[in-house]
Design a protein around this ligand. Structure first.
Ligand code: C5P
Length: 236
């Protein structure tokens, strides 16, 4: 992606909170200092779509992370509705099949929303895939599903730090990559198992970084963001 993209615009902060009020407090603290806020299932389910309008009204961009996975027509309509809400990025599961992925692209219509394909959730490993009937490794499955994305014109991928390398080797810079599991050296690892620092992730080719608790659980989220921006600026 654009190496000219200012460091702060690469940072996506998940609003992993249960209420609109808690989300507002985070937005008040760091809105304007990061590129995007991510709205996931918890907040969206508890507040409804007006939280998207509220985040947009604050001047921030929105990544709607509801990971659609359904029959093609339903996903097409869901993507239409999300696009109409004015979100900037949204997620679908690439494992929903080629027809479903094509339907998602149709649902985007003329909007500029970036569709991000989820390959294999980082909570799964080779054993879990095998238990679900898949006869291939996580790595092979990621590459297979990235190929589906490429074939239907989906240009964004959610990837784990571990998959960045193989995706770059196979697809070059075709995909805009959004990477969770980021931990600055000064932050707790929490429950993330395989992490990269912001700088390592960008050097490995990440376009956007999803960074939650190092910012949101910090005593001063604004200072935490600034430390990460400084690290990213040194990297570039
Ligand atoms: O607090 P932390 O930085 O671990 O938050 C990471 C965010 O990215 C959470 O919203 C989590 O649900 C999301 N995520 C993840 N790993 C994935 C996909 C999404 O941590 N593979």
């Amino acid at each position: 992606m654009q190496s000219s993209n200012p460091a702060k615009n690469r940072i996506i902060v998940p609003l992993d909170v249960p209420t609109a009020q808690a989300a507002r407090e985070l937005i008040k603290a760091i809105g304007g200092t990061v590129g995007f806020f991510k709205i996931g299932s918890q907040l969206f389910t508890s507040t409804g779509p007006h939280i998207v309008e509220e985040v947009r009204a604050s001047g921030s961009r929105v990544f709607l992370d509801l990971k659609y996975h359904d029959i093609p027509n339903t996903v097409r309509r869901a993507v239409e509705s999300a696009s109409a809400l004015g979100v900037d990025m949204l997620t679908i599961h690439l494992s929903g099949g080629r027809a479903m992925c094509e339907a998602a692209v149709l649902g985007r219509g003329v909007s500029n929303v970036l569709i991000l394909g989820v390959t294999v959730l980082t909570s799964l490993n080779d054993t879990s895939l095998s238990e679900s009937g898949f006869r291939c490794s996580v790595e092979d499955q990621v590459l297979l599903l990235a190929e589906v994305a490429k074939n239907v014109g989906i240009t964004g991928l959610i990837a784990s730090p571990q998959e960045l390398r193989i995706l770059r080797e196979r697809f070059g810079s075709l995909f805009t990559t959004v990477i969770p599991g980021i931990r600055p050296a000064w932050a707790d690892v929490d429950d993330q198992k395989r992490t990269l620092s912001p700088r390592q992730a960008v050097e490995a080719g990440a376009d956007y970084l999803v960074i939650g608790r190092p910012i949101t659980a910090s005593r001063d989220p604004e200072i935490a963001v600034q430390r990460i921006v400084d690290e990213l600026e040194q990297a570039s």
